[in-house]
Design a binder for this molecule. Structure first.
Ligand code: MV4
Length: 507
């Protein structure tokens, strides 16, 4: 029943490729990197035991090239493939090809991926197994007449959603009767162009929901446990920005109920591996199944931090056929963990990606700090992929301490050469709604004024004051010693702020 894995091909790049390889190394498994032309100098290539080129920069020709990756797996004698997140991680065809070629896919079967990938099938499966779902249709809409009838039954406002969708594409909110048919057409055409499938269904619209997801682990012997929740409501255009656990909204009773539902959801499809059950939670703490993600998620480290389990190691052991080593009673959370996603983007310019050369990087360190990254000084972030640079994961005993520690770590984080989201994240940590834990999926929109850069006049004034203090300080030193003590190339700003004031006061 169990088959030892000795070599894992990691079909991914960036921080997640490294993350997976780290666990492999700990448990004595060799890792094989694959890389596109622009990733030749990437960190995952350096870290792996072996590395193989798989094609040009565009993902379609490299990280999404199933034939090429399978070919490398065979040449390199990999017994398993870890897909990371994104790319081929939720591709049923890829999981199937691995099966056919006798390579262990570290993830679910093609059937499970297909079931969960189709939102209406996932929804129906959950309804049939008693997991709460948002009130709405059990089937796709066939025609206009049916649309008008079901919207009446469900009651306005409603959400029209693409069956092949997820992540907010092909989704339309309707709050007026006269807009039903135009929204239906808009949703269908967006679904068609995004997924090649114009099937849509209807759900009751939940206003200002929380996005809370549960981490689950299932083995190949029918055991399923959950590793508690992650609060993921801080999002911008369906991109998560900050995640934390426990959720500020959670109570032990709600956790118990939602956890049970998450386990039921996974059992309904005979799930094995690591997975995530996403829920919407409304203001009265009603919760509804939204989607299941059949992969390791970007934000998995916060769960690792509070529960103590290495999720990649668990994935590998499950893939080998070993039974789960822990029972639900063994799982508990200790303290609080927050993750910030550090992006190479210009937050003042509509969050435009800002790829380019990293001229300097100093990463935060110290108690309760973990960074999962992959860039180094002299590395050029390619334009071809997601511009995430790293994830900063903080642990502290309490939520308040975790926020303070996150602010400290963001302050220590210095990256030059590309624009980053660090300042924006610092403002989130300072935002009263966030600090009080009073936020939902509308947080960024609701706090736009606070979160966007204070339109510089104040900052410029501060900068000028610092420059003036520095010039004054330097002049004093010059008078005393007869020469410039600090050359113009130094980082005078932070140094000067304290010392200049301090000395000025002393004089
Ligand atoms: C909803 C909803 C309100 N009511 N469904 C957005 C992404 C997709 N996976 C589901 N989404 C939503 N579905 C109903 N019936 C609100 C959202 C939604 C949202 C959900 C999770 C996290 C952020 C969000 C931001 C806007 C809308």
């Amino acid at each position: 029943m169990t088959k030892r894995i000795t070599r894992v091909l990691v079909a991914n790049r960036g921080e997640i490729a490294l993350r997976v390889m780290r666990s492999c190394r700990e448990i004595g498994i060799q890792s094989i990197a694959v890389y596109s032309d622009v990733d030749r100098t990437s960190m995952h290539v350096r870290y792996a035991n072996y590395a193989y080129p798989i094609g040009p920069a565009p993902s379609n020709e490299s990280y999404l090239n199933i034939d090429k990756i399978i070919e490398v797996a065979k040449i390199s004698k990999a017994d398993a493939i870890h897909p990371g997140y994104g790319f081929l991680s939720e591709n049923a065809e890829f999981s199937k090809r691995c099966q056919e070629e006798g390579i262990i896919f570290i993830g679910p079967t093609p059937e499970i991926i297909s079931t969960m990938g189709d939102k209406i099938t996932a929804r129906t499966t959950m309804i049939n197994s008693g997991v709460p779902v948002v009130p709405g249709t059990k089937e796709n809409l066939t025609d206009d007449a049916m649309a008008l009838r079901v919207v009446k039954e469900v009651g306005l406002p409603v959400m029209i959603k693409a069956s092949a969708g997820g992540g907010g594409k092909g989704m339309r909110m309707v709050d007026k009767e006269e807009n039903i048919l135009s929204s239906l057409r808009a949703a269908r055409s967006e679904a068609k162009s995004s997924f090649g499938d114009d099937s849509v269904y209807v759900e009751k619209y939940i206003s200002s929901p929380h996005h809370i997801e549960f981490q689950i682990l299932g083995d190949k012997h029918g055991n399923v446990i959950h590793l508690c929740e992650r609060e993921c409501s801080v999002q911008r255009r369906h991109q998560k920005v900050v995640e934390e656990t426990p959720s500020p909204l959670m109570t032990p009773e709600l956790r118990e109920k939602m956890g049970k539902s998450a386990v039921e959801a996974a059992k309904a499809v005979n799930y094995h591996g690591a997975g995530t059950i996403e829920f919407l939670v409304d203001n009265d703490l009603n919760y509804y199944f939204l989607e299941m993600n059949t992969r390791l998620q970007v934000e998995h480290p916060i769960t690792e931090r509070v529960t103590g389990y290495d999720l990649v190691k668990a994935q590998i052991h499950i893939a080998e056929g070993r039974p789960l080593e822990i029972k639900q009673e063994d799982v508990f959370q200790f303290g609080h963990s927050i993750e910030c996603r550090i992006y190479a983007e210009d937050t003042d310019n509509n969050f435009m990606p800002s790829p380019g050369l990293i001229t300097h990087i100093t990463e935060p360190m110290g108690l309760g700090v973990r960074t999962d990254g992959y860039v180094y000084e002299g590395y050029e972030i390619p334009i071809h992929y997601d511009p995430m640079i790293s994830k900063l994961i903080i642990w502290a005993r309490t939520r308040t301490e975790a926020i303070e520690r996150m602010r400290r770590a963001l302050y220590e984080y210095k990256i030059t050469g590309v624009k980053t989201s660090i300042k924006f994240l610092e403002r989130i940590m300072e935002c009263p709604d966030f600090k009080e834990g009073k936020y939902d999926t509308h947080f960024i929109q609701d706090n736009e004024d606070f979160l966007m850069a204070p339109d510089s006049s104040k900052e410029r004034f501060e900068d000028l004051a610092i420059v003036a203090a520095f010039l004054d300080y330097n002049q004093k030193l010059k008078n005393a010693h007869g020469s410039d003590v600090i050359s113009s190339g130094t980082k005078w700003k932070e140094f000067g702020r304290r010392s200049a004031m301090h000395r000025a006061n002393k004089n």
